[in-house]
Write a protein that binds this ligand. Structure first.
Ligand code: UD1
Ligand code: CA
Length: 453
């Protein structure tokens, strides 16, 4: 049985932010959400989050069924923090200590740590060129771990040790219940150090074993904005590699940002500097041009999105052409083979199969049938200052350029609107409707001319 304790009570002063540290986003999700996901991936039977500073906000943002929240106030050290979690843990379980601000830790590494810990104490260690700031792992002549000494408590020869404690530990809950209440705080920081359980384990004859992370970046923590940015890049590189390994073509893996979940079919190609947020699904053969932003979007197979398009809470069918410079706003659904061209904004509208709005238009709260042609400059006047109204356009209708459709209004199937029409009443099917005044040419008219001299 596995119980996970996530330490997240630290203040995060060096972030210089009012937001609790573990709520800062990495890949579009709070740091702590990444750690929770990993805990769940390990099949944790219980998860206890130790929170303190800004803890209510953290709880509100991430509470879910099955999570236990232990408050640590004041914060007297990592040993004191894990002590607060003990009442929520199962005596028969192994406890795994994770950190809310170390988000890239991988499940495979943690399985390794749990395996070496067995029924004893497991420590995730790493060997660093520059171990400054970390607790050093001290070993005896036989290579057995004897102690972890914190930087501030270490003697000169101990500071030279390059093997460090990453902080991740695994131990039986029952053992922690013996060890943690016995910790003292007689050290340079006056804190109850979790690391001091090593001595207690050894005194009891409990085995102490170490494991190493699969990748060194897994154990990097976030204490500042520069560190957050460093981890964001690593996370994005990992995303990009997974996408390419699954067959996606990326013009440049260094220039894609996935802030959520991106699900791609076969032969998807993504050009540079695209941002994908929320949950985005790209069907087989979808091409996304440079500098596009997609959030919560589903794009059908064969659809091409040209550069600089912005798509949010919208869906497109198969073989559509979108952009360049198209904007699809929430509630938009394009059928198959629809075209939405440059400087066209579509909001809360259904665009039928084969319908086209290729240039400079606003379609808001509209329902278009199939094969409708929307001329350049067309606007649905959907808002009267108080309420929104719908525009309904039948199959095969042709809307002349620079028309305004004052909703609520409908255009019949096969109808044509003359260019420049201001439609305030329904247009009948199959007929030409237009509202402009007739063109006249004035006979004998002369342009006024300036008098000479
Ligand atoms: C700790 C380890 C050190 C290790 C390092 C790795 C101890 C005594 N030292 O040191 O050996 O090399 O991590 O980064 O464990 N926290 C609480 N409540 C507290 C104190 C801390 O929740 O009272 C949380 C913090 O939010 C943070 C984590 O525990 O997520 C580590 O705390 P921090 O003060 O950064 O530990 P270090 O002193 O760096
Ligand atoms: Ca500390």
């Amino acid at each position: 049985m596995l119980n996970v304790v996530i330490l997240a009570a630290g203040q995060g002063k060096r972030m210089h932010s009012d937001r609790p540290k573990v709520l800062h986003p990495l890949g579009g999700r709070p740091l702590l959400a990444h750690v929770l996901e990993t805990a769940r991936e390990l099949g944790a039977d219980r998860i206890c989050i130790v929170h303190g500073h800004g803890g209510e906000a953290v709880r509100q943002a991430l509470d879910a069924p099955g999570l236990a929240w232990a408050r640590q106030e004041p914060q007297l050290g990592t040993g004191h923090a894990v002590l607060q979690a003990l009442p929520f843990l199962d005596d028969a379980a192994t406890a795994l200590v994770l950190y809310g601000d170390v988000p890239l830790i991988g499940a495979a590494t943690l399985r390794r740590l749990l395996a070496v810990a067995d029924d004893g104490l497991g420590i995730l260690a790493a060997v660093l060129d520059d171990p400054t700031g970390y607790g050093r792992i001290l070993r005896d002549a036989g290579g057995r771990v004897t102690r972890i000494v914190e930087q501030r408590d270490a003697a000169a020869d101990e500071l030279a040790v390059r093997e460090i404690n990453t902080g991740f530990m695994a131990a039986p809950v029952a053992a922690l219940k013996r060890w943690l209440p016995a910790l003292g705080n007689d050290n340079a920081q006056g804190e109850y150090y979790l690391t001091d359980i090593v001595g207690l384990a050894i005194a009891e004859g409990t085995a102490v074993a170490t494991a190493q992370p699969e990748a060194p970046w897994e154990v990097l923590g976030v204490n500042s904005k520069p560190q957050l940015a460093t981890l964001e890049r690593i996370h994005q590189q990992n995303n990009a590699r997974l996408l390419m390994e699954s067959g996606v073509t990326l013009a440049d893996p260094e220039r894609i940002d996935v802030r959520g979940e991106l699900d791609c079919g076969r032969d998807v190609a993504i050009d540079v500097n695209c941002v994908f947020a929320g949950r985005v699904v790209l069907g087989d053969g979808v091409e996304v041009g440079a500098h596009c932003v997609l959030r919560d979007a589903v794009i059908g197979a064969g659809t091409r999105i040209a550069p600089f398009s912005h798509i949010e809470e919208a869906e497109a069918g198969m073989n559509c052409l979108i952009g360049p410079y198209a904007r699809l706003r929430p509630g938009t659904r394009l059928g198959d083979a629809a075209h939405i061209g440059n400087f066209v904004e579509v909001k809360n509208s259904l665009i039928g199969d084969g319908s086209k709005a290729n240039h400079l238009a606003y379609l808001g709260d509209a329902t278009l049938g199939r094969n409708v042609n929307i001329g350049a400059g067309t606007i649905t006047c959907n808002y009267d200052g108080a309420a929104k109204h719908r525009t309904v356009i039948g199959d095969d209708a042709f809307i002349g350029s620079d028309s305004q459709l004052v909703a609520p209004v409908s255009v019949g199937r096969g109808a044509t609107l003359g260019a420049g029409t201001t439609l305030t009443e329904d247009a009948p099917p199959e007929r030409l409707t237009l509202t402009r005044t007739r063109q006249v040419t004035v006979p004998g008219w002369k342009r006024p001319a300036k008098k000479e001299g």
